[in-house]
Design a protein around this ligand. Structure first.
Ligand code: ASP
Length: 316
C-alpha cells in the first residue's frame, strides 16, 4: 500500500504553559484535530496533496484561535493584512499573496494565483483587486475582531514592540509581552507520491503596514518539490527569510543527500538558532516520511498517516 500523510502546524512559540488553561489547551487540540481530519479525508478519498493542504488550512483560517484568516493579528495601523502561499511539488507551480484585507480565506486566493495567472506572487492593492475578481468570500472588519488580539495590539502599541502571535493575557486582560507565533500551515504527500505545502498568516502583531513575512515567500516560509520535500514554516519571519529556510532544507536533501529530518534539524536547530530565528517547520517527502522540528517552547502541530500513526501536540 502506498503511504500517504498530512502534517499541520498552527504556529510555533506556543503560549507558555503557565498561561494555558486546560480548557484552552483542549480547544487548540480539538482545532488541530479538525484541520488534520479535513486534510486526511481528502487524501483518503484519493485527492491530491494540493487539495489536502488547502482543506487543512481553511479549517484553521476559519478558527479564531489561529493567526490566519479570522484570527489574524492587528498591524500598526489597527488593520489586518494577511499573507498566504501554496506550492505543488509535481511541477513547482506556486501561488502567493500578501497584504490581503477582508478576505475570509487567503489560501484560496493564493491557489487562484497559482491556477489562473502566469504569475507567482501578487501583493497589496493588486492582490486585493484580484481576490475580489475571483469571487473570494469577503468579511467585514468585525469578523476579524477578537478581544485577545486587540489587547495584544494595544500592549504592543504601548511598548512600541513588534509582537509575534499567541501572546497570552494576564489576570487584568492585559496582553503579556512574550514573543509568540500563530501562523498556520500544512504539508501533504498523496497516494501518488506527490507533495505540496501551504502557509497562511496574519503576520506579526503591530507589524509595520506593508511588512511581508516569510510565509508567502516561496523558498523562505513555503516550498514544495517532489524530488526533495514540502515544507511550511512558522516563527519570526525575518530570520526565516534571511535563511531561505524552506528551500535550504530542500537543498540539503538534493545536494548533500541528507534525509528530510536531518535537513530540517540542521536548518531549525543550527542555522535559524544562529540567526536568532525562533520557530519551527513541518515537512514531508515523497516517500511519506514526516517531520516536525522547532526550536521554540512548543509548536501547535499534528500529523496523520494511512499506516495508522497520528499525533496532535503543543509542547515538546
Ligand atoms: N512567520 C510569520 C511571519 O513572520 C509569523 C508566524 O509564523 O506566526 O509573518
Amino acid at each position: 500500500m502506498e503511504k500517504f500523510v498530512i502534517a499541520i502546524h498552527g504556529g510555533a512559540g506556543t503560549i507558555l504553559k503557565k498561561y494555558m488553561t486546560a480548557e484552552m489547551e483542549q480547544d487548540y487540540l480539538r482545532a488541530l484535530q479538525q484541520s488534520l481530519d479535513a486534510g486526511y479525508a481528502v487524501l483518503q478519498a484519493g485527492g491530491t496533496a494540493v487539495n489536502a493542504v488547502r482543506a487543512a488550512v481553511i479549517v484553521m483560517e476559519d478558527n479564531i484561535l489561529f493567526n490566519a484568516g479570522r484570527g489574524s493579528v492587528f498591524n500598526s495601523d489597527g488593520g489586518h493584512e494577511m499573507d498566504a502561499a501554496i506550492m505543488d511539488g509535481i511541477d513547482l507551480r506556486a501561488g502567493a499573496v500578501s497584504g490581503l484585507t477582508n478576505v475570509r480565506n487567503p489560501i484560496e486566493v493564493a491557489i487562484e494565483v497559482m491556477m489562473k495567472t502566469e504569475h507567482v506572487f501578487l501583493s497589496g492593492e493588486g492582490a486585493n483587486e484580484f481576490a475580489a475578481g475571483t469571487g473570494a468570500k469577503m468579511e467585514t472588519e468585525e469578523y476579524f475582531f477578537s478581544e485577545l488580539r486587540f489587547n495584544q495590539w494595544k500592549k504592543s502599541q504601548e511598548t512600541g514592540a513588534l509582537q509575534l502571535d499567541h501572546t497570552p493575557v494576564d489576570d487584568e486582560g492585559h496582553a503579556v509581552a512574550v514573543k509568540k507565533f500563530g501562523t498556520v500551515g500544512a504539508v501533504a504527500c498523496d497516494l501518488n507520491g506527490n507533495i505540496a505545502a501551504a502557509t497562511s498568516t496574519g503576520g506579526m502583531t503591530n507589524k509595520r503596514y506593508g511588512r511581508i513575512g516569510d510565509s508567502p515567500i516561496i523558498g523562505a516560509g513555503t516550498y514544495a518539490n517532489d524530488k526533495t520535500c514540502a515544507i511550511s514554516c512558522t516563527g519570526h519571519g525575518e530570520p526565516f527569510i534571511k535563511a531561505v529556510a524552506a528551500y535550504d532544507v530542500s537543498c540539503l536533501m538534493e545536494y548533500r543527500g541528507l534525509s528530510l529530518e536531518q535537513a530540517m534539524k540542521k536548518v531549525v536547530l543550527e542555522k535559524l538558532v544562529a540567526l536568532q530565528g525562533e520557530g519551527g517547520m513541518i515537512g514531508v517527502d515523497c516517500h511519506g516520511n514526516v517531520s516536525m522540528i522547532f526550536n521554540s517552547e512548543g509548536m501547535y502541530r499534528g500529523y496523520k498517516t494511512n499506516d495508522g500513526s497520528q499525533e496532535v501536540a503543543i509542547y515538546k
